[in-house]
Design a protein around this ligand. Structure first.
Ligand code: 3HC
Length: 693
């Protein structure tokens, strides 16, 4: 046995799993555990078995990388049936996480011991799946469907203390879960044949069924048409309506169908892409993060305040800097207000809010950055302003301090050049609201030191972000691609679509908001200012701004917002304006289907993604997808723009772009060389290997 060691403590055998890094239930581990069980059962000196694990996890679940491959025996449900049906008691000793198939192993055991650090959960829903090895059956039978269903629906793990309260764990011990599990196993061995959770029915009362059905109805209303929420309900319902063997078979059939669903494939792809993004090709492995004990944020606007909150939330003291007392007070008040919402919602205690507020020190003047190990500038988006700040910081900041800019577009090399320490400068691009959005684009201009990048990666994770290292170019990865979508949306209006049609196509695709509703929310004047600074125009968008239609804040933009409404209404005036602009440009307007709109919005973005890859701005297609999934609300079950493009077929996208380029005369819509090459070779982006950044 390679992944399981079988030892003995008195009359109790201990099967210790060691399948680093997280004891995922690979084919080898399943086979070894089955063998360990058989050996323990065959040994007449052994009265019981404990399943324990080495490392930080008990078991993190099924091996996700095996999904979609032909299943190698023993499959997990068979292994778990063997555990449950064992004539000798089996006890799980849970230290660390027991997730998915890992918790299902523990549920098949006859008892469970946990330490306070243990976390127990069935997160399959987040991968577009449902528990597929008895979780939907044994958990309701153990704690009732009313408690079990919400756990499976949210996928969020629960702490050991709560597991004990629910009856999911039988015993909680401060440490030495194995010792306690051995004692419990010995005790159970004296009590005759072990009781099987899978055959219990005492919790499945009529009242439990009724309460579960009410929760299920609510869940269906909220989950849209995600197939796994429906499957979860069907599987759990089986615990009430079917014989145990049939209910297990029903769960398995639903699980197997979901594994083959493209939506689950996309979510699984994103799981691995996110972890891959943390590994930066070409980054000197000896580069160690610099210690970060104190931070400073320059600019107490919405962005700066949000970034300061990220530090406070992570327990890192931070100085929030502004140019005047009034501005810094206002910024701090905004932060307090945001924490106040969390307190009101009950997601943050008043004590925790006070602790976090105490970590934020307001200060007037850049000298407040003198003692910071990292300074993040979040001031006005103008090169002159940034250069002046960095020039001053260069004189003030302590040696070795990291100097970062939160710029969304600007050239980091130009900013770094005004300092005497360009190797310490990089971009840390947070997304609004910074205390909520997960993405952190780490922008690495050519001269940044490797340990500065390593620090940024460490810090990103410490702040609870998903960090992605990108190269230095206008707009980096996310905004550079977004600019293409914005241009495409304007083109669609002129060609014949109306704002609500474009927005509906995008929400139909899975986004929470379409580009025009989004622009109205953010303020149309932002893009207008940027276009003017770049000498660019957009006929419809410019005309709206010239008419003072900045969006929700002015009560009108692409839509009308009467009396402060949050959802816009169609405005005949805007639609007439768009028709007039089409006419002036000599365009005969035509209608577009939702699919055509989606293609016209997405294809140019994918094309830009191909250029970004070719230029080495992103190291791999997965990094681009992680940017879009975590910074721009790309629908998770579509896996990101590059994954989506592969699912459509790059040949199809290249052909569509070619046709658009011909129709519009816009050469920038010609397929990028990489896209053209991959399409011609019948390959997808997924075949592109990581490039050293
Ligand atoms: N299968 C395969 N690999 C896994 C894995 C799994 N279930 N869980 C984690 N890994 C790998 C990661 O890919 C990563 O590999 P890498 O080092 O090569 O990049 C490594 O383990 C460490 O993972 P993290 O970087 O995520 O480590 P953390 O310490 O931050 O988190 C964790 C650990 C909480 C276990 C987290 O990895 C996690 O949430 N894993 C997924 C848990 C899950 O979804 N389980 C359910 C699987 S589906 C299932 O069980 C179906 C069943 O019902 C039949």
């Amino acid at each position: 046995m390679q992944t399981v060691t079988l030892t003995r403590q008195g009359q109790v055998a201990i099967a210790t799993l060691h399948n680093p890094p997280v004891n995922a239930l690979s084919a080898a581990l399943r086979a070894d555990l089955l063998q360990a069980l058989a050996l323990a059962l065959a040994d007449s000196d052994v009265v019981a078995l404990v399943i324990a694990a080495q490392g930080k996890a008990f078991i993190a679940g099924a091996d996700i990388s095996e999904f979609g491959k032909p299943p190698a025996p023993p499959i997990l449900p068979d292994l778990l049936a063997a555990i449950e049906n064992a004539a000798k008691p089996v006890v799980a000793a849970i230290q660390g996480v027991a997730l998915g198939g890992g918790l299902e192993v523990a549920l098949a055991c006859h008892a469970r011991v946990a330490t306070p650090a243990a976390k127990l959960g069935l997160p399959e829903i987040k991968l577009g799946l449902i528990p597929g090895a008895g979780g939907t059956q044994r958990l309701p039978r153990l704690i009732g469907a009313t408690k079990a269903f919400p756990m499976m629906l949210s996928g969020e793990p629960i702490a050991a203390q709560k597991a004990l309260a629910l009856g999911l764990a039988d015993k909680l011990v401060e440490s030495d879960a194995v010792g306690a599990a051995v004692a419990l196993a010995q005790e159970l061995a004296g009590k005759g044949a072990p009781s099987k959770t899978g055959e219990r029915a005492d919790k499945l009362t009529a009242g439990d069924r009724e309460a579960f059905e009410a929760l299920a109805k609510d869940a269906l209303a909220k989950s849209g048409d995600m197939p796994n929420a429906m499957a979860l309900i069907e599987a759990v319902r089986g615990a009430f309506t079917l014989a145990p063997a049939e209910a297990h078979a029903n769960e398995r059939a639903l699980f197997v169908k979901l594994v083959a669903d493209d939506r689950s494939k996309a979510l699984r792809y994103a799981f691995f892409a996110e972890r891959e993004a943390a590994k930066v090709p070409g980054l000197d492995e000896s580069a160690k993060p610099r210690p970060i004990a104190r931070a400073a944020v320059i600019g107490a606007g919405t962005m700066g305040g949000g970034i300061a909150m990220c530090f406070a939330n992570a327990g890192i003291p931070v100085t929030l800097i502004e140019t005047t007392q009034e501005l810094v007070d206002k910024g701090l008040e905004r932060v307090r207000g945001t924490y106040g919402f969390s307190v009101k919602r009950g997601s943050l205690s008043e004590a925790a809010r006070d602790e976090r507020m105490a970590l934020i020190t307001p200060h007037v003047g850049l000298d407040g950055a003198a003692d910071a190990d990292i300074v993040i500038e979040a001031a006005f988006e103008e090169m002159g302003v940034k250069q002046e700040i960095f020039g001053t910081l260069d004189k003030i900041a302590k040696p070795g301090a990291i100097l970062a800019s939160n710029t969304s577009y600007l050239d980091l090399a130009e900013i770094a050049a005004v300092t005497s320490r360009p190797a310490d400068v990089l971009g840390l691009h947070f997304f609004s609201p910074a205390n909520v959005m997960k993405l952190l684009e780490i922008v690495r201009p050519a001269g940044t030191a490797a340990d500065v990048v390593a620090t940024a990666l460490w810090l990103g994770r410490k702040l609870g972000k998903v960090p992605v290292v990108v190269g230095n170019c206008f707009g980096f990865v996310g905004n550079r691609m977004l600019a293409q979508r914005t241009r495409a949306a304007e083109r669609l209006l002129i060609a014949g679509a109306l704002p609500h049609e474009v927005d509906a196509a995008l929400t139909g695709f899975g986004f929470k908001m379409g580009p025009f509703a989004m622009s109205d929310l953010a303020g149309n004047d932002i893009g207008w200012r940027t276009r003017k600074s770049l000498g660019k125009t957009a006929a419809v968008a410019d005309a709206l701004c010239e008419a003072g239609r900045f969006g929700q804040k002015t009560g009108k933009g692409y839509y009308l917002y009467p009396e402060g409404a949050r959802t816009g209404e169609r405005d005949p005036e805007v639609e007439a304006l768009i028709a007039r602009i089409s006419q002036e440009k000599g365009v005969t307007r035509r209608s577009f289907t939702a699919d055509e709109i989606v293609a016209r919005l997405m294809d140019p973005m994918v094309n830009e993604g191909a250029r970004i890859l070719e230029e080495g701005i992103a190291a791999r297609p997965g990094d681009i997808d992680i940017v879009w999934l975590n910074g721009y609300n790309w629908p998770a079950w579509r896996g990101g723009p590059m994954h989506w493009a592969d699912s459509v077929g790059l040949d199809v996208i290249a052909r569509r772009l070619q046709a658009q380029a011909a129709e519009s005369g816009d050469a920038s819509l010609e397929p990028a060389p990489l896209l053209r090459r991959l399409a011609a070779e019948g390959r997808g982006f997924s075949s592109v290997k990581a490039a050293a950044a």
